[in-house]
Design a protein around this ligand. Structure first.
Ligand code: ADP
Length: 643
């Protein structure tokens, strides 16, 4: 094959541009990316060999070599891992196949300061070499092929691939380095100590030896007696990293920085994690685990194909990434490692799903993480708020898909409430419940701004009774399925009857309501007949102070947001008509009652009834079925009022 030139895929080119024009301040991380890739390549080879006994792979001495050439100003990173074939060179290095790339590029170009952070999440590690190199060459041979290939690019718009004949097992990457430029943070990456420092700083835990020729100064005996002893310089191949599995070391002996670097290695995140969680499996199954809560939610957390799960190791040997069986979906933001000493090395995905030990590990992780969150909430509420802002929505999924942990998730739930600007826990809500209040009141809706202004809140606000306000789509789902917390039932304030206050107050309110119902009975019936296509009943309300009317749901009907979700999922269901409640104290209602008592059924009054209904729909953020009829009726009223 002659030299073939290829264009980088458009997205890759854009990304490359971002990288080269360097939004990153620490260009030195390119080495970490190369060492990470090399380590992954050896993991892959080891796995492949386990699954395919025909494979002729040399696993006896997997390692990485770094070669520096000060004269040529080049740096070479060599591994004897799985290697790449021509197609992979094109697919893996030349293109970015990940979903959401376009969206990412949009975000990155909108806000340059975000770019570095975002690039990390996209795992575009290899491209980072162009921050420090004028040209990069990859020589590589895929393990099952006899001939290798050579890839070359200067990071502009294109790259070349050509046959390279016989090559050793694995991949060698040569960087033709840019000139040293301290101002732009380009150091001399051919210096021994520079590389030593970088390996220690970012890649010490890599589980394969990273070797490099280093200069040793030794003293030699003096040639003649009486002379000074001589020193001689000796070149020697040395392993630069300690290779210690971080999860196997006691937490007290690990520098927090080491955890952070390890996190970046496994997560593709460029930021430090929010929280490090170490754990050891006690009891029948032995395992060690090192888990991280990221500082920021990954961009794809809600995408169906999002990465889920943590890495699985068996006796220090890497088995797989994203082992879904180890963590439930509502903890899918966790990153980290589980190392078990009891599983078999060639465990398959199918076996994993049924494995008792994996299930037990999953359970311990859930317990440990929820426990850690509780402690965080109690001891570091500020930090916990940040956690909640990033991952609260995901955690709430557990409320309906893991009934066994419901109470524990509710323990650490934060919610908006009418009490104050700050989010509240349910425990705090309960501690503020008014005398005679038996239930946890809540209101759900699609939009927090609407929810906060809902007329149905008026009486609660007036009486100083706190209501929890929910607006995540997920809230409408769990709140239907979770009946109570600490013995207190959840109660929607827009469903069924509400009775507020002490026993005496409730009694008094009921008597008043009965009286009003009697007084207005004729009008209520007439209104109901007029609106019978839209509501199942019109009745007097005790939840309003300022508004003339509001709409509520019947005791056992689903709330409208839930209904919408179920319908959008294709669920067939009857039409649930709602209930119009009117405020008997309101001037508009009082006047309507007077006029109705005088005139009875009348066209003008009928259009008032429509207006009252429509504005109750608008007040809860709903949509009118006939906006132009509403506008026409409103204009008529206005012209009359303006005379
Ligand atoms: P990422 O590592 O985030 O997937 P990179 O741009 O660093 O992104 O690498 C792209 C892909 O190229 C890797 O996923 C891997 O499949 C392949 N690759 C990179 N370096 C090597 C290597 N040294 N040996 C084998 N494959 C490699």
């Amino acid at each position: 094959m002659a030299v073939k030139t290829y264009e980088f895929q458009a997205e890759a080119r854009q990304l490359l541009n971002l990288v080269i024009n360097s939004i990153y301040s620490n260009k030195e991380i390119f080495l970490r990316e190369l060492l990470s890739n090399a380590s992954d390549a050896m993991d892959k080879l080891r796995l492949e060999a386990l699954q395919n006994s025909e494979l002729k792979a040399d696993l006896s001495d997997l390692h990485i070599t770094i070669e520096r050439d000060e004269k040529e100003h080049t740096l070479k990173v060599i591994d004897n891992g799985i290697g790449m074939n021509a197609e992979e060179l094109q697919n893996l290095i030349g293109t970015i196949a990940r979903s959401g790339t376009a969206e990412f590029l949009q975000k990155a170009s909108d806000d340059k300061s975000k770019a570095a952070e975002l690039i990390g999440q996209f795992g575009v590690g290899f491209y980072s070499v162009f921050m420090v190199a004028k040209k990069a060459v990859i020589e590589t041979r895929k393990i099952d092929e006899t001939e290798g290939h050579r890839w070359e690019s200067v990071g502009d718009g294109s790259y070349t691939i050509e046959d390279a004949g016989e090559l050793p097992q694995g991949t060698a990457i040569t960087l033709y380095l840019k000139d040293v430029d301290e101002e732009n943070e380009i150091a001399d990456y051919t210096r021994e100590w520079v590389i030593r420092d970088l390996v220690k700083k970012y890649s010490d835990f890599i589980s394969y030896p990273i070797k490099m020729m280093v200069t040793k100064i030794e003293s030699a005996p003096a040639e003649k007696e009486g002379d000074e002893p001589k020193t001689i310089e000796k070149e020697e191949l040395e392993t630069l990293n300690s290779m210690k599995a971080l999860w196997a070391r006691p937490e007290s002996e690990v520098d927090p920085k080491e955890y952070n670097e390890f996190y970046k290695h496994i997560s593709y995140d460029w930021q430090d994690p929010m929280k490090v969680i170490t754990m050891k499996g006690e009891g029948t199954f032995e395992f060690q685990s090192l888990l991280f809560i990221p500082a920021k939610a990954p961009y794809d957390m809600y995408m169906p194909e999002s990465k889920r799960g943590v890495q699985l190791y068996v006796k220090r040997v890497f088995i797989m990434d994203d082992c879904e069986e180890l963590v439930p979906p509502y903890l899918r933001f966790l990153r980290g490692v589980v190392d078990s000493s009891d599983l078999s090395l060639n465990i398959s995905r199918e076996i994993l799903q049924k494995n008792r030990q994996i299930k037990a590990i999953n359970k311990s992780i859930v317990r440990k993480v929820l426990g850690t969150l509780k402690t965080m909430l109690e001891e570091k509420p500020e930090e916990y708020r940040k956690f909640w802002a990033e991952f609260g929505k995901v955690l709430k999924e557990g409320l309906y898909n893991d009934a066994s942990q419901r109470e524990k998730i509710l323990d650490v739930m934060l919610a908006t409430s009418t009490h104050s600007e700050e989010l509240t826990t349910l425990k705090d809500y309960i501690s503020r419940m008014k005398e005679g209040q038996e239930e946890i009141y809540y209101l759900t809706g699609e939009n927090m701004a609407h929810v906060q202004k809902a007329p149905q809140l008026e009486a609660f606000r007036a009486k100083g009774i706190e209501v929890l306000l929910f607006s995540d789509p997920i809230d409408t789902v769990w709140v239907e399925m979770v009946s109570d917390y600490q013995g207190k039932k959840f109660k929607s304030i827009v469903r069924g009857d509400v009775e507020l206050g002490s026993e005496d107050e409730k009694k008094e309110a009921k008597e008043k309501l009965d009286q009003e119902r009697k007084d207005m009975a004729a009008m209520l019936g007439w209104m109901g007949t007029n609106l019978d296509k839209k509501v199942k009943e019109v009745r007097v309300s005790n939840r309003l102070t300022n508004s003339p009317a509001c709409i509520i749901s019947d005791e056992h009907d689903p709330n409208p947001a839930m209904e919408k979700i179920l319908r959008s999922m294709g669920q067939a269901m009857p039409d649930f008509k709602r209930i119009l409640e009117i405020n008997p104290e309101h001037q508009v209602i009082k006047r309507l009652h007077e006029l109705y008592s005088e005139k009875g059924d009348d066209e003008e009054l009928r259009s008032m009834v429509e207006l009252i209904y429509d504005q109750a729909v608008l007040a809860e953020g709903g949509e009118l079925s006939d906006p132009s009829a509403f506008a026409a009726a409103l204009s008529k009223v206005m012209s009359k009022a303006l005379g």
